[in-house]
Ligand binder design. Sequence first.
Ligand code: URA
Length: 434
Amino acid sequence: MNIVDIILKKRDGYKLSNEEIAFFVKGVTEGSLPDYQISAFLMAAFIKDMDTEETASLTMEMARSGSMFDFSQIEGFKADKHSTGGVADTTTLILAPLVASTGVPVIKMSGRGLGFSGGTIDKLESIPGFNVNVSEEEAIAFAKKSNIVLMSQTDNLTPADKKLYALRDVTGTVDSIPLIAASIMSKKIAAGADGIVLDVKCGSGAFMQDLESAETLASVMVNMGRHVGRKVTAVISGMDQPLGMNIGNSLEVIEAIEVLKGNVGGDLLDVSLTLGAHMLLLAERVETVEQGKYLLEHHIKNGMGLAMFRELLLQQGGNPEILNDYSLLPLSPCTKTVLAQKNGYINEMDTALIGRASLETGAGRAFKEQPLDFGAGIIMKKRLGDSVKIGEPLAEIFASSDEKCTSAANYLQQAMTIGEEKQPLPALILKIID
Ligand code: URA
């Protein structure tokens, strides 16, 4: 088999066989293919597309390119969840302890943030002492004891995806539906989940900016799950404004704790309950989504979700005192408040630009190796549809210097549109595909 023939075949729009895709992924993993041939393949796949069978082959070959985790010795259905990435999207820190507290084991491998999108691992690392580097053996021991593990993707999880993602990032081939689907699903399959709830974000702060492309991506991933014997549900949810009010690592931990304490409601809670309820449904812990939401809300009211979060902190070295004393979490010293420059209603938010503002504070990274300021970020004061008066705060910024605050404030001013008439609010849960 020859890589040039494979590239030509895809370039000319033909379907690749399992063997050809396996040959390509093996070459990527072993390092025998040069970057220019891998990139040519990616561009051909981007332009000519891949069908479900090709995408499923790519997914499984990428999943097998490293360790395949086996959590079969943990009793019960292991439910996982993945978000395609958004701003103030802290749902994992809320739903993982809630779902685990109902008896469904949650062993979740998460990634770090990149660009406008935050990452669960960075948020957890903002908690003093919290250890995200957990081995397979430790994960099994933790899950048997407590039902919950939140851990970093190990180095040997889908090495082919790491290589392909890095090249996609610099060759204009990130936003290809089959390549995104294979990247996400290969990691989830290798991570050993029995069922996966996908949160496919749609809107100004998401990879998929319109419902049609979000639906296509969701359907491809759900079909692929069926193809490879995993139960998959996709929830398409809106990202036309930050999901929660806090953006930034320790700030998002605080908001998640407030939700678990029952002090904060709104979109972040609604999406967390919806995703969590679908995890319970996949695990057959409940019979309907409504029952699932009810049970999870009950576990907020009776404190079982918060108790599970505390258990997670104790298990993985995090200081449990943060639950009662947020001053134990980092907070950057310089602040700036962004004020409304006219009266009216918040009619539009460019969420990617708000994510960019968060990057300016130091809370996010523009490139993979960039260090983070865990105490930096933004507290939003307004949501879409809110009325504002001139001089009223729109957002509060935290950063390590006044320059960073000013730079973030400029992006925030551009990102929020104030109009004279209130516009209809966008839907939060746009579609469920299962
Ligand atoms: N998230 C991933 O893990 N991979 C992609 O390709 C896009 C989003």
